[in-house]
Design a protein around this ligand. Sequence first.
Ligand code: IPE
Ligand code: IPE
Ligand code: MG
Length: 242
Amino acid sequence: MADPKTYTADIPLHIAIIMDGNGRWAKARHRPRVFGHQAGVKTVRRIVEDAADLGVKYLTLYSFSTENWSRPKAEISALFGLLKEYVDADLETLDKNGVRVKILGSREGLSDDLLNVIAKVERTTQDNKEFHLNIAFNYGGRDEILRAIKAAAKTNVDLSELTEETFETYLDTGGLPAPDLVIRTSGEKRISNFLIWQAAYAEFIFTDVLWPDFSRNDLVGAITEFQNRERRFGSLKPAEVA
Ligand code: IPE
Ligand code: IPE
Ligand code: MG
């Protein structure tokens, strides 16, 4: 498949991915679920590079949801460990490549150790502008909206006069563009509390590919499908507008 960067149509500015299917990938190999999560981190490394190379500027990856706390303790601590390992191993390269990293989500329930890792990666990369990697960790869209309301209420902003533009500045994604394209792997067709405010007008692509198997070719395919979609934002096709 030809790379979409050779096409004239627009590359999505912001792609968000629900990285799903690690457990099933491991199960198919008769390995523990954590083995699938480790393979999933390898895919993260590849896809960050591929997205940047294809001209995407913002990539948001869903890596731990507020609902994932209902999983077994051992799996939760493995997922937390993987975030720390990823940052420890990749921070230098990400920074060298001009990647700004943000961790979206609640800080509640995270260990001091992990909070330090999060603060370090955000602080180190805060001036980078080449590419924006957002990791949604301990993230839930409803929780984010509630936290934003509470944060706004603590300021002297008049809530009865609140606009969408002002409200958005209180979200974890304040200052970031909304996702143009949301991809979910593993065949599930639901949003699972991901970017429920921000994805209001995103295009959605659902693929059966399990996250550890998600390839550059799959990303190119999704971008190509996106380029063939017609986004109307509630209006009419351009030709129908008088
Ligand atoms: C996605 O893979 C990673 C997380 C949700 C943390 P899953 O762990 O949900 O994998 P499946 O859906 O059980 O295959
Ligand atoms: C969504 O996947 C959360 C992440 C990818 C981090 P889940 O596997 O947790 O979602 P459900 O439970 O199938 O909706
Ligand atoms: Mg899942």
